[in-house]
Design a protein around this ligand. Sequence first.
Ligand SMILES: [Zn+2]
Length: 253
Amino acid sequence: AAGFGDCLCRSVAQIDWWMSHRLLGTAYHQVPFLIQEKDEAALNERAAKLAEHDIEANGYLYRVLTLCGLGISFTGVSNHGSMGEHQISHYIDCFAGERHPGTLHGTQVGVASLTMARLQQAMLASDKPPVVKATKIDPDDMVRRMSPAVATQCLDELKKKAFDENAAAAFNERLQELWPTLRQELKPFMVPVDEMQRLLKSTGGPISAAELGTSPDFYREAVVHCREMRNRFSFLDIAADAGMLEDFARGEA
Ligand SMILES: [Zn+2]
């Protein structure tokens, strides 16, 4: 189930990565998706059989996990399998401390992928683009949550993608111009969140923060603040800078 959770992120990672490419001009590569596409479909057809330890289902699971790793050999980066959803999982691992439920990386990624799918699909359902403001950064709060040494590292990463007022205005202009096209471009990458949830549930893995065993407050903290950890631009960043992320996170538990 954990392995499957780590594969489930493909659609949400692809949506984040393509959006970043189109709106900010960051690099994007299709190859990692091409090499695993057929195996992903074969795996999803057999997801429920993972819970029965079916050999063929596990064979496809290992192929998708291996091909996802191989994708990094083509591009030198892991973005195709690690965007907003992985940041949520990394935040849990780095900052939960005593509150960590002892869950595996892939188990957390599966739950976080559902969170990202709900966020992306809600935002993309609107024919009007979100409007961002300059990124709000609270270094003292980061120190409180992360410790001074780690907060310094994260602040460096966050500043690389943070918008000042001019950058926010330019980004809004780009959003206005590209939003209808972007919504169409992202559709083929998307898996409806209900379908993702059905697949993950069929493997026997947790599908919510409550089932993971993380407290609602800490999971919401992870959703809201994980973007501070890494200079990878995702729908979490747009939602945060548009002032929507805290409201969204209140619905996640
Ligand atoms: Zn992973």
